[in-house]
Write a protein that binds this ligand. Structure first.
Ligand code: AMP
Ligand code: FE
Ligand code: FE
Ligand code: ZN
Length: 275
């Protein structure tokens, strides 16, 4: 039975609870599922508890958004992170605080554009989630400053928009090192989406162990290309659906992309060998 190693819950930008994810994993016949919320470990404990009840192996993980000078983002997945390591927890805390600080800066820019918005309202919309631009966009719609979320991004919040503010991010190598130090396995997520292969040697020097070759957004050529690169560099192969929940508006089901037992065993063995 296969494994889906890239899944978001409602603790980041997914819409399913951790318990719902595990229930769905059982329904679609997965044996293993990894929780990989953006910049947080918050859903892992609940998913693991539910996994014990339902007989599903849950790998506690996360997905760090990191920054390189070029106009692209590198996403780093971390697997088997138990949340017990201080340096990793501090980095996560720094990222969360950076997002709150950034929200206030976005609101200042919006006010200067004649669109006053209370940061407290945006935080309320975000609720238990990590606060981000989608919540600002919803607040802008609520205020009737824009007619749609898309308009909010197109006119104000997008990368080149007048209210864009970057938030604090780790560098890719820092993310890899933090995951490694915490006893986890770092993997370069959807490398064809970032299209920045020149970073792979630097990530390997920091401790990278795998490439997410199988990914919902990779076509067959891209998958093959990264399978070859993984072989060339001696990296393990992972994969996942990047499922964001049944209400996310993305038409991707949990388990749409999986890896077979043989690859899952290699990854697990590498983790067990280290720990
Ligand atoms: P943040 O992490 O706060 O910068 O927000 C990033 C999120 O905003 C992404 O995960 C998307 O869900 C959303 N987003 C980014 N750009 C756009 C866009 N042009 N239109 C709609 N949503 C977007
Ligand atoms: Fe996401
Ligand atoms: Fe990603
Ligand atoms: Zn993701």
């Amino acid at each position: 039975m296969p494994a889906d190693l890239h899944v978001h819950t409602y603790l980041s930008d997914g819409t399913d609870t951790p318990e719902e994810i595990v229930g769905k994993a059982a329904q679609v016949g997965l044996k293993t599922v990894a929780i990989t919320d953006h910049d947080t470990l918050a859903g892992n404990a609940r998913a693991i508890s539910q996994g014990r009840v339902m007989g599903i192996e849950v790998i506690p993980g996360l997905e760090f958004t990191t920054e390189v000078p070029a106009e692209t983002e590198i996403h780093i997945l971390g697997y088997w992170l138990d949340g017990q390591e201080a340096e990793l927890n501090e980095a996560i805390e720094r990222i969360q605080q950076g997002r709150t600080d950034r929200l206030f800066k976005i609101c200042e820019k919006l006010a200067a554009l004649g669109l006053p918005l209370a940061p407290e309202r945006v935080l309320a919309i975000a609720g238990h989630r990590v606060v981000g631009r989608p919540h600002v966009a919803r607040a802008l719609v609520e205020k009737k400053y824009v007619g749609s979320l898309k308009e909010a991004f197109d006119r104000y919040l997008g990368f080149h928009g007048p209210a864009y503010v970057a938030h604090y991010k780790l560098s890719p190598a820092e993310a890899v090192r933090l995951i490694t130090t915490a006893g986890g396995l770092p993997v370069y997520a959807h490398p064809a989406v970032s299209n920045y292969d020149q970073i792979i040697p630097e990530l390997m020097a920091a401790g990278l162990v795998g490439l997410e070759c199988y990914y919902i957004g990779h076509n067959q050529n891209q998958t093959n290309r990264y399978l070859e690169l993984a072989q060339k560099y001696g990296l393990l192969v992972t994969g996942g659906s990047d499922y964001h929940g049944s209400l996310s508006g993305r038409e991707v089901e949990l388990g749409t992309v999986t890896i077979k037992d043989e690859l899952m065993d290699k990854l697990r063995n590498e983790y067990l060998r280290r720990n």
